[in-house]
Design a protein around this ligand. Structure first.
Ligand SMILES: Nc1ncnc2c1ncn2[C@@H]1O[C@H](COP(=O)(O)OP(=O)(O)OP(=O)(O)O)[C@@H](O)[C@H]1O
Ligand SMILES: [Mg+2]
Length: 226
């Protein structure tokens, strides 16, 4: 059987100038068309790893293979949404691509339908809930025809209902559109929605695989904490 990974990192090493080593011998691979999560304690290097995968930072050594069209969703959507309305924000990334007005309109409508926000196209961004803003950010990636989504704690600022709605939506998008997603989280209840998970400790992936097994391991670790 051939294994096709949409996201592959091998032996990454990274440190900030004047900082210590943040990632060392860090490897992971996410199979194409699957939804994986990345877990780890504060400061273990999750956001740094995601930024390296997205090409926002460059590793000192190691290799990355990833689709050229990557969408990134940040913890706080207010750092990401730049236009005054939902439709304009989703169109923003397309304007640079020199697409026709008709093509842009079709892509925006299709992407907003995919996240159930078509009726919100003219809504000002300030009049959205946190979960709706995250769905606008995801629609932006879908409109650009990204086939990989990297999401850095996208539910951290959401209430429990919006949290589970968003994670279920990403699970459904991955299944229906053949996307590949890597989702950073601290919230173990989200593991139920993914195909597999990685555990990062001090900059190295120390465990990977079945989300239920990883959840049990983490719950046991938490129970042992003083
Ligand atoms: N710009 C920077 N310059 C120097 N050190 C940094 C910088 N950004 C992050 N770090 C350090 O790198 C380490 C890893 O940070 P990172 O943000 O990747 O962790 P994380 O696993 O995402 O943590 P959290 O769960 O708190 O989001 C931390 O020790 C952090 O202090
Ligand atoms: Mg982080």
């Amino acid at each position: 059987m051939t294994f096709t990974a949409a996201i592959q990192a091998h032996n990454l090493c990274f440190g900030f100038p004047n900082g210590g080593t943040i990632l060392q011998s860090c490897s992971l691979e996410v199979p194409k068309g699957e939804f994986w999560m990345l877990l780890g304690t504060n400061g273990s290097g999750k956001s740094t790893l995601l930024r390296l995968l997205a090409g926002l930072l460059t590793a000192q050594s190691g290799e990355i293979q990833i689709s050229p069209t990557v969408g990134f969703v940040f913890q706080n959507p207010d750092h990401q949404l730049v236009m005054p309305t939902v439709g304009a924000d989703v169109a923003f990334g397309l304007v640079q691509e020199k697409l026709s007005v008709l093509e842009i309109r079709q892509r925006v409508e299709e992407a907003l339908s995919a996240v159930n926000l078509l009726a919100f196209q003219r809504r000002p961004i300030y009049a959205l809930s946190g979960g709706q803003k995250q769905r606008v950010a995801i629609a932006g990636a879908i409109a650009r025809h990204c086939d990989v989504l990297l999401l850095d704690e996208p539910t951290a600022l959401l209430d429990p209902d919006s949290q589970l709605e968003l994670v279920a939506q990403v699970q459904a998008l991955v299944a229906s559109r053949g996307l590949t997603a890597l989702w950073v989280t601290h919230r173990l209840e989200e593991l139920e929605y993914c195909d597999g998970a990685f555990l990062l400790e001090q900059g190295t992936v120390v465990d990977r695989g079945d989300p239920n097994r990883l959840r049990n391991r983490l719950m046991q670790m938490e129970a042992l904490e003083p």
